[in-house]
Design a protein around this ligand. Structure first.
Ligand SMILES: N[C@@H](CCC(=O)N[C@@H](CS)C(=O)NCC(=O)O)C(=O)O
Length: 250
């Protein structure tokens, strides 16, 4: 039985997502993005960790006043309208176009490097380090899941490249993000906007929840400003970060 939110109260969002991770509140970029947005917009919400997969077969999804909504971006845009929260209105049309391009690069291109790292290059083994509450049946099923995800990466295209080629593409994405961020506190300037939630969702995985990846060491070197950005977002919107992590012990 899905927790639809009827018992939660009017205008309180139920955020359905995977259980907490060990190093990031969620090991998927998209629930982390949406929960960060809910905090940024000060929208009341409650988490539901029991029904993470929504009507479109993906996580996250939300329920608001008994109605279900899927896809982090569609949820965010619906909530922005519903609660009249727009953090990008001060941006010019050109700046908004750049923000969207960066977000799509991060979520639709670089994202696949995270997937490859977790499910193909390490065959799902690191998942049990970063998410200890995964049921033990998943450990047994991991070879099957990893094969399924590998075929998704091939359908998308990134999985058809050699590891070296794919990592080089990921490095170019991170370089573009780092160059654009420069010395600004947030991607679009002095104030955080919606797209910072997306960038944080992705980059926090690279900083904290992608053990052993080729990108990890660069986050302390060439891409140090991306790490600082993550720390800034974490301090601003996740003062309770440590309480939102799960124990490293299974
Ligand atoms: N565009 C979607 C992407 C969501 C997504 O890809 N979620 C992944 C986890 S990172 C998922 O649920 N995968 C399950 C599957 O594909 O079976 C969003 O923004 O919510």
């Amino acid at each position: 039985m899905k927790k639809r939110g009827n018992d939660i109260g009017q205008d309180v969002v139920v955020l359905h997502q995977l259980d907490r991770g060990v190093f990031t509140p969620n090991i998927s970029p998209f629930p982390l993005k949406l929960e960060t947005y809910l905090r940024m917009a000060n929208i009341p919400y409650q988490n539901d960790f029991k029904n993470p997969i929504g009507p479109k077969g993906k996580t996250p999804w939300i329920t608001l006043n008994g109605v279900d909504y899927s896809d982090s971006q569609l949820c965010l845009e619906m909530l922005a309208k519903r609660f009249q929260k727009d953090f990008s209105s001060h941006l010019s049309a050109e700046e908004q176009a750049v923000a969207r391009s960066l977000q799509i690069m991060a979520e639709e291109h670089f994202y696949w490097l995270i997937v490859l790292q977790r499910f193909v290059y390490t065959k799902g083994k690191t998942l049990f380090q970063i998410q200890t509450s995964l049921p033990s049946i998943l450990r047994l099923m991991m070879p099957i899941i990893a094969r399924k995800v590998k075929s998704q990466t091939q359908a998308q295209g990134m999985g058809r490249h050699t590891k070296e080629e794919a990592i080089e593409m990921g490095m170019k994405d991170l370089r573009a993000m780092s160059t654009f961020l420069g010395t600004k506190p947030y991607f679009m300037g002095e104030k955080p906007t919606e797209m910072d939630c997306s960038m944080f969702g992705i980059l926090a995985q690279v900083v904290w929840s992608l053990p052993g990846s080729s990108f990890e060491s660069h986050m302390n070197g060439e891409f140090l400003n991306l790490r600082s950005f993550c720390n800034r977002m974490k301090s601003k919107f996740w003062p309770d970060w440590d309480q939102c992590l799960s124990s490293p012990q299974a």
